[in-house]
Ligand binder design. Structure first.
Ligand code: UDP
Length: 259
């Protein structure tokens, strides 16, 4: 593989310069972090699964008119995306109480919410991605009110679609995180969905048993995280192209190349 310019390395992905102006390559790593990177580890084959799951969901969302940065999957761990300016807000969509919401408000995990709840966190690792109100977003100019209207409307549509998609395969969509970006066309920009949608950023519980099929297995030391990610991909009807050994080799190859 030719050497490419690395633009950014995050906790679970690397961004490289794309083949054409305005494009980037998203490389999905097996690295996993939790609690603002206090806990670090790897989930074998995670990058391959997240690449494929995210491709699948972004493609389906595209079919219902949700614009995203996704262009196409290039190989097992990489996808070509449109370059955007990321809005520094994590949008958390919740259907059932869990995680930080349960802790913050003392609501038992698993309690269904009366209606879908949107929360916003300011993307800043040094601050631990604090929860913010729409007033903070407007006050500090992180996004305009028009942009927030587009973002919240898209987040609700995405939730409706994904909750149905997962319900159809016996999975409860408890909550998930979305990120959006600005796609520029001259002086104008429009909001599109960016980042990824995968078991890294969703809480997915088996409908019958409430078994966790997401990154909480890693966060809470439950074990079986690789199998849980595989189970989600399997139920979505997706399989990695190669077997687990191939999955493993690609990531170690990258590490040997020195990223
Ligand atoms: N989430 C995420 N990245 C973050 C914070 C949250 O992907 O930096 C996802 C998380 O996987 C869960 C949802 O957003 O599906 C809600 O997370 P929560 O606020 O409960 O935070 P946590 O319990 O993960 O600290």
């Amino acid at each position: 593989m030719s050497r490419r310019r690395q633009i950014y390395e995050g906790k679970a992905k690397i961004l490289y310069e794309g083949p054409e102006p305005g494009t980037l390559i998203q490389y999905f790593k097996d690295d996993a972090t939790a609690f603002n990177a206090e806990k670090k580890g790897t989930i074998s084959g995670k990058g391959v699964i997240n690449n494929r799951v995210s491709e699948h969901i972004f493609t389906l969302l595209g079919n219902i008119g949700i614009p995203s940065h996704f262009i196409r999957r290039l190989n097992m761990r990489e996808q070509l995306v449109k370059q955007v300016e990321i809005v520094p807000i994590e949008v958390i969509v919740r259907n059932v109480a869990a995680g930080s919401l349960s802790k913050r408000l003392g609501i038992e995990e698993g309690t269904p919410l009366p209606h879908t709840l949107l929360e916003y966190c300011y993307k800043d690792d040094s601050l631990g991605d604090p929860l913010v109100a729409e007033e903070h977003i407007a006050c500090f100019g992180w996004a305009t009110q028009d942009e927030m209207q587009d973002i919240s409307a898209m987040a609700i549509r995405i939730n409706d679609f994904m909750a149905g998609l997962f319900a159809g395969i016996g999975i409860k969509l408890v909550d998930f995180k979305l990120e959006f970006g600005r796609l520029f066309d001259g002086d104008f920009s429009r909001i599109i969905l960016a980042d990824e949608i995968s078991p890294d950023g969703c809480r997915l519980w088996d409908m019958e048993t409430n078994e966790k099929l997401d990154k909480d297995r890693f966060r809470r030391d439950l074990g079986g995280e690789a199998e849980a990610y595989q189970e989600v991909a399997r139920r979505l009807g997706l399989f990695p192209e190669g077997g687990p050994s191939e999955v493993h080799d690609l990531d170690s190859e990258r590490k040997k190349r020195g990223k």
